[in-house]
Design a protein around this ligand. Structure first.
Ligand code: FES
Length: 147
């Protein structure tokens, strides 16, 4: 009975195949380690994040920035730094800085908040959320939580 050469396997063919698979697996494992995105540990509550340098925030202005994916404003007035949430405490509409009147205005229903997030007028019953602020040298850091 004639046998075709393609059906004849030798032990060395299996070993070569296994070796090639092992090398391919090692190559995938090794390159995969470098292709993975760098995962930073989640910021723990109360941990400080860099916001800006003091030079970035002119006196009597508010500086818009993002922290943990949320909008915030850093106000610098009379030597004080205050960071307030960019969301209103009434129904969550966005807050905008009004430089002419030096207040934060809610676009939703018109609440007005002071530079420290205090409610001046409107339907809200609580002030804007604020960040804890820490200045180290020329760098301003902020953290969630009570200040
Ligand atoms: S959500 Fe701010 S006043 Fe309506």
């Amino acid at each position: 009975m004639p046998s075709s050469a393609s059906h004849v396997y030798r032990g060395t063919d299996y070993l070569l195949g296994i070796l090639i698979l092992l090398l391919a697996g090692l190559l995938l494992f090794w390159t995969g380690r470098f292709l993975q995105p760098v995962r930073l540990p989640p910021a723990s509550p109360g941990s400080y994040h860099f916001i800006a340098s003091l030079d970035d925030v002119a006196p009597d202005t508010a500086f818009a920035f993002e922290l943990e994916g949320r909008p915030w404003y850093l106000a610098r007035t009379q030597g004080n730094l205050t960071a307030v949430s960019g969301y209103c405490t009434y129904r969550g509409s966005r807050i905008k800085w009004d430089p002419r009147n030096q207040v934060f205005l809610c676009e939703g229903h018109g609440c007005t908040f002071g530079l420290r997030g205090n409610l001046i007028r409107g339907l809200a019953t609580s002030p804007l959320e604020t960040l804890k602020i820490k200045v180290i040298g020329n760098r301003i850091y902020g953290a969630r939580g009570r200040s």
